[in-house]
Design a protein around this ligand. Sequence first.
Ligand code: NAP
Length: 333
Amino acid sequence: MATGLKLMRAVRVFEFGGPEVLKLQSDVAVPIPKSHQVLIKVHACGVNPVETYIRSGTYSRKPLLPYTPGSDVAGVVEAVGDNVSAFKKGDRVFTNNTISGGYAEYALAADHTVYMLPEKLDFKQGAAIGIPYFTAYRALLHSARVKAGESVLVHGASGGVGIAACQIARAYGLKVLGTAGTEEGQKIVLQNGAHEVFNHREVNYIDKIKKSVGEKGVDVIIEMLANVNLSNDLKLLSYGGRVMIVGSRGPIEINPRDTMANETSIIGVAVLSSTKVGKEEEFQQFAAGLQAGMEIGWLKPVIGSQYPLEKVAQAHENIIHGSGAAGKMILLL
Ligand code: NAP
């Protein structure tokens, strides 16, 4: 590495593959912010399941190799490029879309994707906001267009997106049902906005949900594992109900007839649609709603398992094959 450059620790991926392709290096050049860019000294970085799909090389979106994974960091502004007026060195911030990768001591982000982190949230919580809360907000308010008084089932409520969805749905006046796979997960779901919780590992849990929602059914389902649940979801919906596909890890057979009597909708969700040209103001809208949640206090990320950067491969293994989520998975720098 050339001398004169400031160096940092960062995870680099040189080839697609299993968690072992995540290599921690200590001689990676600290990026220099260009116009409209902010350099963040990273304190914590959220681990999202999509980062494992991308790393494996099987995802539709493939970065150029080598690359540093990670989009959601929280930390302190180290430097700003030209034409940045909203931030200065020393500000506490978070982002949902790093340019240079978040599994690193420093990360670059475009200034319009950086937000101030209120004092009442710590850096771990800041790193848990990005993809999870923007996804949950998009799914509920932008795409499902939920109304106060409707009911929502957060199918997979104990992880990053699920807890965010429970908090947002409760704050916006919905009746909130959640599911989790462990007792600890169920407890956290109830503490974060759900009126009722069910265990998706129990054989008869769908019957219990049916009993709870009655003849009318549930208005909206936020679905984290559609390849397992979509067929059942269609049988739980109310007239005009919609199931939002947030997560899916494979195919599933459904009976299209199950959508007919109740005129229900199956709607895909892709949080990064908001980064497409002409759609940038969507993130600003979601950010305004979420900022209000931070100020008022209903937006309070729950941190689950935490790993030092050295254990990044273990983190990737566990987010897919772990025993159960109990909040958002975080890497600590
Ligand atoms: P996470 O923190 O790892 O949480 C995974 C969640 O799925 C946990 O609540 C887990 O519950 C639950 N789950 C496990 N088995 C389930 C089942 N049979 N039925 C329902 N839920 C089940 O992951 P995340 O960050 O919340 O992301 C959730 C999914 O959404 C992932 O597939 C991710 O790739 C996807 N996602 C999509 C977008 C998008 O833009 N479309 C954005 C963000 C995330 P237990 O662990 O308690 O069993």
